[in-house]
Design a binder for this molecule. Structure first.
Ligand code: PHE
Ligand code: CA
Ligand code: ZN
Ligand code: ZN
Ligand code: ZN
Length: 276
């Protein structure tokens, strides 16, 4: 898999920050900053040759949007998906939560296009709406698929991959998918853990409940880093992984660039490996 330039991911985050600033300070469901974020990501994917579609749904008196992007080719009966929620909470611009995952999978998708990748399996990327209202967009998508969910071999989820006081967590849902990520981090000399913060709390849960194999990585939310973790991850013990979690200060300065780089390259590793 290619090395994704972290500067490109940061550039996307700057754009998401600008879109929040131009739209009342957030990118939340039902707010103009959310739709502007969808349009920005869709524009880049369309230009790169993806087949995109926007799925609309109604929630809490507002229109929600999921963005689905298919890379043409591969066996559609074996689809590998990577997804991230694109909505923020109303209190801030949502750059770590979840501009980070959204920009990470975007740059991996663009790298797939750059490489003119011809994977054996079909590749699909997705940006979910209204995750912060209870995994609403991803649940709507899974419901809309019905029997077609059987064609998804793996769903990979990325929600918060640039936490300032970063942990390195791998979802423990499926042993084989977990192994793909653990191999990657091992090559990089990084120890990983599973996280009790993850369980059922992001969009992979919509897929897991429908029987789809899921996995993902995470750098931590509002929980506190232990002494032991601080030693192995060169972090700050007794501080939250993300002290700006769901706050106004979750802005462009709330990103650990090393973690963002490491986890984005990990997404590329898994996408290349699982789709081949
Ligand atoms: N889904 C949570 C949020 O968006 C955070 C989270 C990310 C939880 C990843 C678990 C795993 O606020
Ligand atoms: Ca990189
Ligand atoms: Zn959140
Ligand atoms: Zn989130
Ligand atoms: Zn590798």
């Amino acid at each position: 898999a290619p090395d994704i330039p972290v500067a490109d991911v940061q550039q996307d985050l700057k754009e998401l920050q600008s879109l929040a600033e131009a739209n009342g300070g957030n990118r939340a469901h039902g707010q103009p900053g959310y739709k502007a974020s969808i349009d920005f990501i869709k524009g880049k994917l369309d230009k790169a040759g993806f087949e995109t579609k926007v799925q609309e749904f109604d929630e809490a008196g507002g229109t929600g949007y999921n963005l689905i992007a298919d890379w043409p080719g591969g066996s559609a009966d074996e689809t590998v998906m990577a997804g991230s929620h694109l909505d923020s909470v109303e209190s801030g611009p949502g750059i770590n939560d979840n501009g980070s995952g959204s920009a990470g999978i975007l740059e991996v998708a663009l790298a797939v296009a750059d490489a003119k990748l011809e994977p054996k399996k079909h590749l699909r990327f997705a940006w979910w709406g209204a995750e912060e209202l209870g995994l609403v967009g991803s649940q709507h998508y899974v419901d809309s698929l019905g029997d077609e969910t059987k064609k998804i071999s793996t769903y990979l989820n990325f929600d918060m991959i640039g936490s300032p006081n970063a942990g390195h967590f791998v979802y423990d849902d499926d042993a084989a998918v977990q192994g793909v990520f653990k191999d990657y981090f091992k090559e990089k000399g990084i120890e990983t853990e599973t996280s009790s913060e993850v369980n059922g709390r992001s969009d992979h849960a919509s897929f897991a409940a429908a029987g789809v194999t899921v996995g993902g990585t995470f750098t931590g939310a509002g929980d506190t880093m232990t002494e032991e973790q601080a030693t192995k991850w060169e972090g700050k013990a007794g501080e939250a992984y993300d002290k700006c979690y769901h706050s106004e200060c979750d802005d462009i300065s709330n990103i650990n660039e090393k973690a963002l780089d490491l986890h984005t390259d990990g997404i590329a590793h898994a996408v290349w490996q699982l789709s081949s």
